[in-house]
Design a protein around this ligand. Structure first.
Ligand SMILES: [Zn+2]
Length: 285
């Protein structure tokens, strides 16, 4: 069996279990296809047809997207959407496309983002538990760099996203707070020539573990995620208006309560395994 066949088997297993057509492993294939970039070597994901068709229709051809921002809001999955209805309705209204997808096991951050940004299953990309080694397989970021595109990753110091994609032809911006990552990504849209920007947000996940997924602290973070997604859309419409562009809301897994005041994720249950990726596709105007 090839690496790609092994990954497809894993993605299919969860798709079948949850009767859902898509996997988080489809994101890299979708973004590469939108931008006309060759897929990473081990990428086993499938470009999402409705999203690709929208790009084709608006941009008069496939592969013409020029600028991408990926907003990685940790642990804001389908279970969270069911609870934080208004915040997610705002995100969906701005984006247009909501793609319900299955995560991978164990449903923890480095394992899931490893799959999201390589298109490979954990048994192929190599991170199969909560650990943060530098990922050895080819990734979305390598593929973009090879295509001559400029990539920036904005994330909190020493988090999974800050650690596992190191050693690439990418600029890394690390901060002590989510607000630092957010402000940096906003500034990069306005003032830089990056083609792909990743902005990571950790605090919903953090508060979920410490106070429970639907605590007052988490209510605040869910609202903040919707506010930031809204701000990115407006910033891109202002500064990237002459480019074909895509903004995507990219959580890794969901989460569930374990007792009155704590939350967790990592299990093969719907609350942890179902997430939505929201795509906003806009043509130059
Ligand atoms: Zn996570």
């Amino acid at each position: 069996m090839t690496d790609i066949e092994r990954s497809k088997e894993v993605f299919d297993q969860f798709r079948t279990q949850y009767n859902t057509p898509y996997s988080i492993g489809d994101l890299t294939a979708t973004v590469c296809t939108l931008c006309g970039v060759e897929l990473p070597q081990q990428c086993a994901g499938t470009p999402i047809p409705s999203v690709i068709d929208q790009g084709d229709k608006l941009m008069d051809g496939v592969g013409k997207t020029q600028k991408v921002l990926l907003f990685c809001a940790d642990a804001l999955g389908e279970n969270q959407r069911q609870y934080f209805k208004d915040d997610f309705a705002r995100i969906e209204k701005i984006a247009g496309f909501r793609i319900l997808s299955t995560s991978v096991m164990p449903s923890v951050t480095p394992v899931c983002y490893g799959s999201i940004f390589s298109g490979a299953a954990p048994c192929v990309h190599g991170i199969q538990k909560y650990e943060k080694p530098v990922l050895k397989v080819d990734t979305l970021f390598d593929a973009f760099a090879r295509a001559g595109k400029n990539v920036a990753i904005c994330a909190i110091n020493s988090c999974s996203i800050d650690m596992i994609f190191r050693g690439r032809n990418v600029d890394y911006y690390s901060f002590r707070t989510d607000e630092g990552s957010f402000q940096c990504a906003m500034k990069l849209v306005a003032e830089s020539d990056y083609d792909l920007i990743v902005c990571y947000m950790t605090d919903y996940d953090h508060q979920m573990h410490h106070h429970g997924p639907f605590s007052a602290e988490c209510v605040e973070q869910a609202k903040l995620a919707a506010d930031r997604f809204t701000a990115f859309a407006a910033q891109m419409d202002q500064y990237w208006k002459s480019y074909n562009r895509a903004l995507v809301f990219v959580p890794d897994h969901g989460g569930h309560p374990v007792d009155e005041t704590h939350g967790a994720h990592g299990e093969n249950i719907p609350e942890d395994m179902l997430v939505n990726h929201f795509y906003r596709i806009c043509e130059a105007n």
